[in-house]
Design a protein around this ligand. Structure first.
Ligand SMILES: [Fe+2]
Ligand SMILES: [Fe+2]
Length: 193
């Protein structure tokens, strides 16, 4: 089902998330805004619930924005999003849908996206991370200080996980193809398999 009216809470959530982004050293806003962009685009294209996708996209990395070292950010973030949305008196059935999207957006094989909206969020995350290639390369080489080969292996590891998530939505995989092909060209075949 497609929502025709974007919920009033979206501007509030957006403001809160962008404020948190400003407090981080890493440029999180471009990644989050990219996920929102692709999530809305795919939701409209596939007839999914645009509001659920947009709210989930804004909140999907909420725990990383609060604690960048948190590995289980999808699990912690799902609970954090529930708390935030309850404070906004968001309807409980919609909260459950957003929670599922956030819990299943990472590459954790224990939590697999089931709903159309959750598959869209996982894919939108991957599409945005493809756009962030230079930022990620900057992170591994300049911030982590990896050698050329160590950095390549780290990028392969990360992008293998991201590209896998595109399998949930064939339309997203198609959109990603030119950039995925370029990654394989630069990083090697193992990134795609
Ligand atoms: Fe994430
Ligand atoms: Fe993300």
């Amino acid at each position: 089902m497609t929502s025709d009216v974007t919920s009033d809470i979206v501007p509030e959530i957006k403001r809160m998330v962008l404020d948190l982004c400003k407090q981080r050293k890493w440029d999180w806003s471009s990644h989050i805004e990219g996920v929102v962009h692709y999530a809305k685009l795919l939701a409209e294209k596939l007839g999914a619930d645009v509001e659920i996708c947009e709210v989930s996209a804004w909140l999907h990395d909420i725990y990383k924005l609060k604690d960048s070292k948190q590995k289980d950010h999808h699990i912690m973030g799902a609970d954090e999003a529930v708390k935030i949305l309850e404070e906004f008196n968001y309807p409980s059935d919609k909260i459950s849908q957003v929670k599922h999207c956030i819990l299943t957006h990472s590459s954790d094989k224990v939590y697999i996206p089931q709903s159309k909206e959750a598959k869209i969020i996982a894919s939108a995350d991957a599409l945005s991370l493809l756009d962030e290639f230079l930022n990620l390369a900057h992170y591994v080489y300049n911030i982590k200080g990896y050698s050329v080969e160590e950095g390549r292996k780290e990028l392969v590891k990360r992008y293998r996980g991201y590209l896998f998530k595109l399998n949930y939505v064939p339309e997203a995989k198609e959109m990603a193809k030119p950039k995925a092909d370029a990654l394989i060209e630069f990083l090697g075949n193992e990134v795609g398999g």
